[in-house]
Design a protein around this ligand. Structure first.
Ligand code: GDP
Ligand code: IMO
Ligand code: MG
Length: 425
């Protein structure tokens, strides 16, 4: 069984928690896009682990983890992450963790350019994570990127860095008034750490195919959210990869027909980090309440996340873009004590009612959300042991999500812990 798990909103829906949970019955977890812009949080007992690159199945002994070709890998972040995991006693040996030879590497000039561009944008920032994601995917498309598989060839690495910096140093110095970078220094630093990374670099497409042929259970872990997709998201306020479920095919080398299930992780309200249109954003007390109760601070950058009501137009778009077969609803507990809950069911734009998001840049910033208002619940639901213990108002909220999306809610998460998850029959 091959299952793709994606975030159905603007990221931080709780993908890490859901992937960790479903890893219990899985053999392999494959990250297929994005890079260290992701921050996936897993809470086991009192211990919290935040993963940026390593798949969220790593805490389950025996589960194999693959960083596939669609990921852009920052070698330094990778090494820091596996060292931190090793200190916690987690097995991070190359026998269970592999990096695709085709994954592109993020180098210091990608991070410099990312920061320089954001600094130059002044009032028009995207609010990137500064992790070099966009510039690295640009190099991939420009066919001048360095791939993990290149690391064994010092001459190739040196010549590629020289070539990349020819252009980039002119941009950094002349346009952005940033410091030039020294190609020799970058190459030396990369080649120094290369021996620690090389054992992990493998033909991961073959590893994944062998697992598929052996009928293993594989989870394909998405990063970011559908509305940050480079094609289908709220362009230009997006990330630089395809976050949609289809990204799992080109991002890991599997065929479309290999995908059996697509789980959309949906937060019970909406959040967004960085700039860009957000129709249901709450700039009032209710928004502050969600931010405080939901601890809505970025797991990668620590920035406060913008908060708003659940936007089912956003989720509906994700249903069709991904062919969602199930929804995992997270953070329902955070809605506790709000007397009324609003669900955005459609938008109004220029006197017309829209059931789907407008596709022209700028239009989403002009829509007015149309809300259904439903009763809230006062009870603390974070200790509920099964679905039937949920208050009626919480169950009604879930049913409403199912009605509007046409997709069953198979999991309901009521807290960050593994045991705070209610499975639906
Ligand atoms: P991801 O990027 O989609 O993996 O999500 P993040 O880890 O960035 O953000 C989700 C945050 O919500 C993390 O701090 C999780 O521990 C936490 N979380 C996940 N599910 C729940 C839940 O059902 N209730 C509460 N209160 N917190 C949750
Ligand atoms: P996870 O996997 C939320 C946002 C950034 C910015 C935009 C572009 O934890 O859900 P980038 O650095 O990718 O060029 O930034 O995308 N962004 C995320 N927002 N969760 C994420 O990842 C994100 N990764 C990128 O805030 O608005
Ligand atoms: Mg996150």
């Amino acid at each position: 069984m091959n299952t793709v798990i994606i975030g159905a909103q603007w990221g931080d829906e709780g993908k890490g928690k859901i992937v960790d949970l479903l890893s219990a019955g899985s053999d392999m977890i494959v990250r297929f896009q994005g890079g260290a812009n992701a921050g996936h949080t897993i809470k086991v007992g009192n211990e919290q682990t935040i993963l940026h690159l390593v798949p969220s199945g790593i805490l389950h002994p025996g589960v194999k983890c693959v960083i596939a070709n669609g990921v852009v890998l920052d070698p330094e972040v990778f090494l820091a992450e596996i060292e931190a995991l090793a200190k916690k006693g987690i097995d991070i040996s190359p026998e269970r963790l592999a990096i695709s030879k085709k994954a592109h590497l993020i180098l210091p000039y990608h991070k410099s350019l990312d920061k320089a561009r954001e600094a130059k944008r002044a009032g028009n920032k995207i609010g990137t994570t500064g992790r070099g994601i966009g510039p690295c995917y640009e190099d991939k498309a420009a066919r001048i990127g360095i791939r993990a598989g290149d690391l064994g060839n010092a001459d190739l690495v040196r010549s590629k860095i020289d070539h990349a910096l020819l252009e980039k140093n002119i941009l950094l110095k002349e346009l952005y008034k940033f410091e030039c970078l020294d190609p020799d220094k970058i190459a030396a630093e990369l080649l120094e750490i290369a021996p620690r990374i090389l054992p992990y670099i493998k033909d991961t497409e073959a590893i994944v195919h062998d697992a598929i042929n052996a009928d293993k259970n594989i989870l394909f872990e998405g990063a970011q959210g559908i509305h940050l997709d480079i094609d289908h998201g709220t362009y230009p306020f997006v990330t630089s990869s395809n976050t949609v479920a289809g990204g799992a095919t080109c991002g890991s080398g599997i065929a479309p027909g290999n995908i059996d299930e697509v789980v959309g992780v949906v937060k019970a309200y909406t959040t967004r980090v960085g700039s860009g249109p957000f129709p249901t954003e709450l700039l009032d007390d209710a928004g502050s309440y969600l931010g405080a109760k939901g601890h809505e601070f970025g797991a990668t950058t620590g920035r406060p996340r913008r908060c708003g009501w659940l936007d089912m137009v956003v989720v509906r778009e994700s249903v069709r873009l991904n062919g969602l077969t199930q929804i995992a609803l997270t953070k329902l507990d955070v809605l506790e004590s709000l007397p009324q809950l609003k669900i955005c069911v459609a938008y109004e734009l220029d006197g017309k009612t829209l059931e789907y998001m407008p596709q022209v840049e700028g239009d989403l910033a002009r829509v007015k959300p149309i809300y259904d208002t439903v009763p809230g619940f006062d009870e603390d639901i974070s200790n509920c042991a099964n679905y039937n213990e949920l208050p009626e108002a919480a169950k009604n909220y879930i049913q409403k999500i199912e009605q509007i999306s046409g997709v069953p809610v198979s999991l309901v998460s009521v807290g960050p812990g593994r045991d705070q998850t209610l499975a639906r029959e």
